[in-house]
Design a protein around this ligand. Structure first.
Ligand SMILES: Nc1ncnc2c1ncn2[C@@H]1O[C@H](COP(=O)(O)OP(=O)(O)OP(=O)(O)O)[C@@H](O)[C@H]1O
Length: 352
């Protein structure tokens, strides 16, 4: 589903994020899949920072590595995938500089289990895949609260009911005793948000949380996330294909292509002055306030190469309108600052 894109207002402009102030700082993240057919470099050297209380949107076409980046943060990448390099510095209190490199923790260590689902939680595109069909919703949210709080059973029940009511699920006490398959799609998505939020996380990772929902429910869920963010000063990493949603919710945007960051910066700059040819192509391939819905929309020329068949040089060069022979097909551009706020990896800007 695609919503109409309107340019964001200057309200959500932020000055350039810095790693020092960040609650989550990802550096040089590489996550590869070691398949019989070869190595898939799903995430291939990704860097970004998220500030406390702000929303970072990650955008890019299907298969560019958005979900695997998110799963790497929680160390839940399935085999044959493996994080092979990088740092994920989690600093819940930037003023106190209490940083932990998540990747230095064992994926099953007590510290990682306390962070995963407690301090950093995640909502998925397909809620049914993250609920067990064998247990009532009440038992599942109780298990999360049992792992991450010291509350008594009665207190956990009351808190869970309270969260179900807050996310707008009617008859919350009755719902606690029901199995997830009895919930509608919208209710399941809300129930998953309740489960992710009930531990009061410092960071919420939302992977396409509204894609399967109708426009009205989508708007309600985005509104709910924003209200909860304000209440808790929670940071959100929001993954989506939908630039309309990004314009509504994000403070900063990271654009990924074939496992790499090609552009990052404040959302306002992204919509107003996109730098990378891929960002420009993404923006012209969506409906916007300037495009009549009856007009045919240009799509990005060519298709994404198979990840095992990566082009030499800049990964976007075979589809790029600004391709420079002998440069873009020979070397890989680095992510560089082009002004105080934006970073881009493109030879058009090197040496500028
Ligand atoms: N189990 C796996 N085995 C091999 N390759 C995988 C596996 N899981 C993911 N990949 C590859 O990793 C790359 C990145 O996948 P990822 O799911 O992160 O993309 P995405 O940007 O989130 O896409 P979408 O928007 O469709 O969810 C893809 O090329 C995908 O084929």
């Amino acid at each position: 589903m695609t919503t109409e894109t309107t340019a964001p207002t200057t309200d959500n402009v932020q000055s350039k994020a810095t790693a020092k102030d960040a609650i989550l700082s990802v550096r040089g993240l590489e996550t590869h899949f070691f398949t019989d057919e070869g190595v898939v470099r799903a995430v291939d050297g990704v860097d970004f920072d998220i500030q406390p209380g702000s929303t970072m949107g990650i955008v890019g076409e299907s298969g560019c590595g958005k979900s695997i980046t998110a799963k790497s943060i929680l160390q839940i990448v399935e085999a044959p995938g493996r994080i092979i390099n990088g740092e994920i510095n989690y600093n819940p209190r930037p003023a106190a500089n209490s940083t932990t490199d998540i990747l230095s923790l064992g994926s099953n260590s007590a510290e990682m289990r306390s962070i995963r689902g407690g301090e950093i939680s995640m909502i998925f595109q397909e809620p049914m895949t993250s609920f067990s069909t064998m247990h009532t919703f009440g038992n599942q949210i109780d298990e999360t609260l049992r792992l991450h709080t010291n509350l008594s059973k009665a207190e956990r029940f009351d808190l869970a009911v309270d969260w179900l009511a807050r996310v707008g699920i009617p008859n919350p006490v009755q719902r606690m005793h029901e199995y997830p398959f009895r919930f509608s799609g919208g209710q399941l998505q809300r129930a998953m948000i309740a489960m992710a939020m009930c531990t009061n996380p410092r960071v919420l990772i939302a992977d396409e949380p509204t894609t399967a929902l109708d426009v009205t429910t989508q708007a309600q869920i985005l509104d709910l996330l924003q209200r909860m963010q304000e209440e808790n000063d929670m940071a959100i990493l929001f993954i989506t294909h939908d630039l309309g949603v990004i314009s509504e919710i994000a403070d900063d945007v990271t654009v990924m292509y074939l496992g790499k960051v090609v552009e990052s910066g404040p959302v306002f700059s992204f919509f107003d002055e996109p730098k990378h040819p891929y960002s420009k192509a993404l923006l012209t391939s969506i409906p916007s306030m300037f495009t009549s819905s009856r007009e045919r929309l240009p799509s990005i020329s060519g298709s994404i190469p198979h990840p095992q068949d990566r082009p030499i040089g800049c990964p976007f060069h075979p589809r790029c309108q600004s391709f420079m022979e002998g440069t873009c097909d020979a070397n890989e551009p680095k992510l560089i600052s082009v002004n105080e706020e934006q970073e881009v990896s493109c030879f058009l800007y090197e040496g500028s």
